[in-house]
Write a protein that binds this ligand. Sequence first.
Ligand code: AMP
Ligand code: MG
Length: 385
Amino acid sequence: MIETVGGVVRPPPVETVPLAQAHSRILAADIKADRDYPPIARSLRDGFAIHAADAPGTVSIIGETRAGEGRQPALARGYAVEIMTGAPVPSGADAVVMVEHVEHSGEKVTIPQAARVGQFINRQGAEAQAGTTLIPEGARLDASHIGTLAMTGHTGAAVYRKPSVAILSTGDELVDVGSTPAPHQIRNSNSYSLAALVIAAGGKAVILPVARDTEPELLSSLEQGLRYDLLLISGGVSAGKYDLVKPCLRQLGAEFLFERVKIQPGRPVAFGRIRDKFVFGLPGNPGSSMVTFLLFAKAALELLSGRREPLLPIVEARFEAPFEHRLGLTRFLPARLGENGSLRHEPWQGSSDLPALARANVFLIADHNRESWVAGDSIRVLLKP
Ligand code: AMP
Ligand code: MG
């Protein structure tokens, strides 16, 4: 269980996973350099290790060194060692000249140009000195982090346990995915799209049975949902007569931190604290629940996962054609981002239009205080996970 103390989220328990399964997990302890990187000076090119002061000029080749060989004897002035990329640079040598830039005949090599001290040498400790932090606790592990763990001798990664996230869809109109709905019914799609979003954000998704819009049924489903680290509720948070989620949560002791946001879709999204848990009431239309998850619930889930810097994946794009919307609300609308950052608004019927969302690969972000854009104007877009 993830506990909160005075609103501060305590880090979850730690587990160790094999490196191959560590991608996207949240690191539970700093990873430090176990030695200098590189541990000895190494050549960055194929060529000749020399004394920079000998260039331009002609020097004698006294040997050869390649990657995987131990340190070579010190290099005296007037001499060069033929060196391969990655090979240790002999002491004394303070520059590497590329094989393409010299004239090489027999035992002699002529360097026509001056050499800079340190050129093409990766100094000992230049990338990292022993003991420095390479990956901070709280980082979400990507492929280069996995490589860094391997480089420093870790066969596994200490990561935070994934928070469990209960998903509770509410609504009298909902039927299970496997059923054939009557014309007035719809299949419960939100539980599955939300579960996918939860998993993509690093949580463990637990889909609870759908709750009908009655107080007793909601109260008992909510109690069940509060056994998990985070509770996401879909539907029942608007102002309708049968939107009973917030009154029921209040009965159970919830305190709301916000209950409305000036966005569309998703205006009635609610966020509250109840006992030692956090809960989101996400509006039931598929577009609304998806957008509000991405904007709010995802950050909460990431913080509960031990992640330090939840980030919204937002990039800039350019409209292919003029675009307009009504002032007042910031809108997150389905759109297609193509090559070269060009953006096409995807026409939709509103936040129930799952087919339009399926055609989109981003949400364009139409700010509340700007009404129109012409072709070529730039706009921010939120990437769809
Ligand atoms: P609500 O937020 O409860 O007022 O729901 C708004 C609309 O969203 C409903 O009329 C349904 O069409 C739709 N909806 C609610 N819950 C779901 C769900 N779990 N899956 C798909 N659509 C839903
Ligand atoms: Mg409803």
